[in-house]
Design a protein around this ligand. Structure first.
Ligand SMILES: [Zn+2]
Length: 149
């Protein structure tokens, strides 16, 4: 028997439990980071009505993750983008986004049998602040590599 708690699947289960109405599709894309510096992006239809090629009926947001993102960073990148999907196209990095981002990380920690540490929560608040202000995130010894927009 081989058992592997694949972190992306665990995070997606957490998101569905926290936000049962969330309807999003996650796709891997090539070259997004090279083109615009983002490891992740959440896409909604704009006023022009033209849909992204990966859009599907029934979803309310499309999440793009750069396939070259470091594997260990993907859960945080995805949590960031899922929080955008929860907050909606006008939510930016404001309070609804921040609450969802923190809740997703807390659920992810609990899914792995531990409560989020004070250090993790402080780091997540710093990441939200960086997302809000555009200030670069340059931690010493962090295991989180953010990059969503
Ligand atoms: Zn963002």
């Amino acid at each position: 028997m081989i058992r592997f708690d694949e972190p992306v699947s665990v995070l997606l289960r957490c998101a569905q439990q926290l936000y049962p109405a969330l309807a999003t599709k996650v796709v891997l894309v090539d070259g997004m980071h090279a083109a615009d510096g983002a490891w992740g992006m959440t896409w909604w239809p704009d006023g022009a009505g033209e849909l992204h090629p990966d859009w599907e009926d029934g979803i309310t947001a499309l999440i793009l993750i750069d396939a070259s993102a470091p594997y260990y960073a993907v859960p945080d990148i995805l949590a960031h983008e899922l929080a955008h999907a929860v907050a909606g196209p006008d939510g930016g990095h404001a309070d609804v986004f921040a609450a969802a981002y923190l809740a997703l990380h807390a659920a992810f920690s609990r899914a792995h049998g531990c409560e989020p540490t004070a250090e993790l929560v402080a780091e997540l608040h710093t990441l939200v602040d960086c997302a809000r202000t555009g200030r670069p995130y340059e931690p010493a010894g962090s295991e989180i590599v953010p990059g969503g927009v």
